[in-house]
Design a protein around this ligand. Structure first.
Ligand SMILES: NC(=O)c1ccc[n+]([C@@H]2O[C@H](COP(=O)([O-])OP(=O)(O)OC[C@H]3O[C@@H](n4cnc5c(N)ncnc54)[C@H](O)[C@@H]3O)[C@@H](O)[C@H]2O)c1
Length: 315
């Protein structure tokens, strides 16, 4: 099978394309003159996030009616998911259904006999990894032991993608995204620490930090993440898994300080008890992505956060 898709992808499907990361992937695909079909149930995503040049199918990935839209595309970018880590304990059934059964349904469309799909790219997460006691970058070979039901659902989705795409001769890639920040992240009490901090500070409230704030995270800009998706389409990936992170560690306290400085906010954080399901250290070794798909993140958190905050959150 010809796996060089650099010139032959004419039409792509983006599930979750009305969301924060998916809509950026949509914009990058349209910029390459690729037709785009977005499948999104608009549970979190917004219609206005989808550029007019793309076709929006307002549907749930659990709905078998979306299979025709998927099968008619050359490449599938599967980002639709229930993404809130903390609430995945309470909503374990709902999240497992959307993230695992939903992925199976998307794969069923991609792998059916009349499907045109030749590339399948899954948005997975750093949440599939075991906690790392050391603040050192972890590679894709690090222990897989999710500490949240969300992480379990992403790991199950990864395995389904690998198995079904291999079986069907579809080139696939799994992108394990680290903490993604940028304009356009929907405000929710569970998602996106930078967005949560910024919105609280704007309202004059000191945000809470869970634990001592010395937990380390890898912040990667949404435009770098979207470029990672495009590069994964352009290169043969053979079912491989890639860490999509900056490789740079920031403590949550440092994130707080950077945002407080950008917003001229002078109150200290409120420290609250650590919550289950959160990793102590989560830093990407991104060397495989750099080498295999020419992943080359350009944004540095400290340099970009002030500009990002001009547009973060809000209604
Ligand atoms: N934002 C991050 O830091 C981060 C980190 C790791 C992994 N990810 C993964 O990246 C992907 C995109 O995340 P995001 O931050 O853009 O979140 P998001 O909530 O903005 O986007 C997800 C989109 O999926 C849609 N959706 C949810 N359930 C659906 C369903 N059953 N059927 C159809 N559409 C559905 C939502 O309406 C939303 O538009 C997700 O798979 C997420 O797990 C995100």
């Amino acid at each position: 099978m010809d796996r060089d898709l650099s010139k032959t992808v004419k039409k792509a499907c983006v599930t979750g394309g009305a969301g924060f990361i998916g809509s950026q992937v949509v914009r990058n695909l349209l910029a390459r003159d690729i037709d785009v079909v977005v499948i999104d149930n608009l549970s979190v995503g917004r219609r206005e996030n989808v550029p007019a040049a793309a076709t929006l199918v307002e549907a749930d990935i659990l709905d078998s009616a979306v299979m025709d839209d998927i099968a008619g595309c050359d490449a599938v970018f599967h980002l639709a998911a229930r993404v809130a880590i903390r609430s995945s304990f309470e909503f374990v059934v709902e999240d497992t259904t959307a993230n695992v059964v939903g992925t199976a349904n998307v794969l069923r469309g991609a792998t059916r006999a009349d499907s045109r799909v030749r590339k399948f790219i899954l948005a997975s997460s750093m949440a599939v990894y075991a906690d790392s006691p050391q603040p050192t970058p972890i590679s894709e070979d690090y222990t897989l032991q999710p500490v949240s039901p969300y992480g379990v659902s992403k790991l199950a989705a990864e395995m389904l993608v690998r198995q079904m795409c291999d079986q069907s001769g579809i080139d696939s890639a799994v992108l394990r995204l680290f903490n993604t920040y940028g304009r356009g992240q929907a405000l929710s009490p569970y998602v996106g620490v930078a967005t949560i901090f910024a919105n609280a500070m704007r309202e004059g409230r000191a945000p809470s930090i869970f634990g001592d704030g010395e937990q380390r995270r890898d912040f990667i800009h949404v435009e770098d993440v979207a470029q990672g998706f495009i590069n994964a389409m352009l290169h043969p990936t053979e079912g491989k898994v890639f860490n999509i992170g900056s490789g740079q560690a920031l403590t949550v306290n440092q994130v707080y300080s950077a945002i407080a400085q950008a917003l001229n906010f002078d109150q200290p954080p409120v420290y609250a008890e650590a919550v289950p399901g959160e990793l102590r250290n989560s830093i990407a070794d991104n060397s495989r992505a750099r080498q295999t798909i020419e992943f080359n993140p350009k944004h540095v958190f400290a340099d970009t956060i002030a500009g990002v905050l001009e547009g973060v959150g809000g209604s």
